[in-house]
Design a protein around this ligand. Structure first.
Ligand code: PEP
Ligand code: MG
Length: 327
């Protein structure tokens, strides 16, 4: 099977009825970037910039960050890289930032991601400047994690706007284009899409955190790992609602959580209209194979039926359907 996936590197993820699906990888270290070429992925749909902060004993300075982001983009060649601004805090505390000094009872719900960056303006400014400088002459794709309300997106973008104005005033080389995105991980944001969507270029649904918040189930607790299924009507209807809210807007919608790296889950996502997935590199081969054997119109009809009147076990029904269809 492994050889079969490797042989598919040159093939595109196109469904049997001719629909192109975008498959990108999740990454966080410089060495991860090699997986883009190795798997033939369409780029990096989630670059977790906090890894560089987590593996460092001291705060990575702006110059160092800038070199790192540039190296990542160089290594990705002409494929896009979506940088996610720092998502630390809560349980991923940094010793050199005054975070986590209050013991939080619920760190996943605590002072993390944009909540922390917006309160540490120096941290966010340095990251914004480093990303803008690293993108001189090319496109910068940047997104913000854990947004709960649209104003938080505005506040993050304002930090980038200010740094852009500074670089412009200094006649520095600028990105040829900047695309701004939001991560949808906090359920409340889904009720503000009419306000958010006109502001953004792309939306990335982080199903790891989203599931944790939808089911109120700690994503790190092994006792809960099997209890809530990604193939449940609650999560699938939720994501379908997001896709439908985008009708009339032109925002790229992707799923970047682990869910998209599992063939049956990815098939269901395609069926509810998600045509962009960012997944672990090892998933590219299996997901590509699935896509190339799938009729996207058929799965769309099937999902419509299943989500209108959900069977008791959606997973079993989808498994059987996939077998019958030769997916
Ligand atoms: C997610 O929450 O689904 C996600 C992709 O981000 P992370 O796993 O880094 O929290
Ligand atoms: Mg997350």
């Amino acid at each position: 099977k492994r050889a079969r996936y490797a042989a598919m590197r040159e093939h595109e993820p196109i469904t049997t009825n001719g629909e192109r699906v975008t498959l990108m990888i999740n990454a966080g270290l410089r060495d991860d970037v090699a997986s883009v070429a190795l798997t033939g992925a369409d780029g990096i749909g989630l670059f977790r910039t906090e890894f560089q902060f987590l593996i460092s004993a001291t705060l990575p300075q702006r110059e160092k960050q800038q070199r790192f982001y540039r190296e990542v983009m160089d290594a990705a060649g002409n494929k896009p890289v979506i940088f996610r601004t720092i998502d630390v805090g809560g349980d991923k505390a940094l010793p050199y930032i005054r975070a986590g000094q209050i013991d939080e009872e619920n760190p996943a719900l605590g002072w993390r991601a944009v909540r922390l960056s917006l309160d540490n303006e120096g941290l966010m400014k340095a990251q914004a400047r480093a990303l803008l400088e690293a993108s001189a002459g090319r496109t910068l794709n940047v997104m913000f994690p854990m947004l709960a309300e649209p104003w938080e997106f505005d506040a993050c973008k304002a930090v980038f706007d200010a740094q852009l104005a500074f670089l412009t005033s200094r006649k520095k080389a600028l990105p040829s284009k900047i695309r701004y995105g939001a991560m949808l991980e906090v359920p409340a944001l889904a009720d503000a899409l009419d306000i958010l969507l006109p502001k953004i270029d792309f939306l990335s649904i982080g199903t790891n955190d989203l599931t944790q918040f939808l089911f109120a189930a700690d994503r790190a607790d092994p006792r809960l790992a099997e209890r809530y299924d990604w193939l449940s009507p609650a999560i699938l209807r939720f994501i379908r609602r997001v896709v439908k809210a985008n009708e009339g807007h032109n925002v790229d919608i992707a799923v970047c959580g682990e869910m998209g790296g599992r063939p049956l889950e990815a098939m269901a996502l395609i069926g509810i209209g998600v045509k962009r997935l960012s997944i672990t590199p090892a998933g590219i081969g299996p997901i590509k194979a699935m896509v190339r054997s799938l009729d996207s119109a058929a799965i769309a009809a099937k999902m419509e039926e299943l989500l209108t009147k959900p069977p008791e076990n959606l997973r079993d029904v989808l498994t059987e359907w996939a077998q019958q269809q030769g997916v």
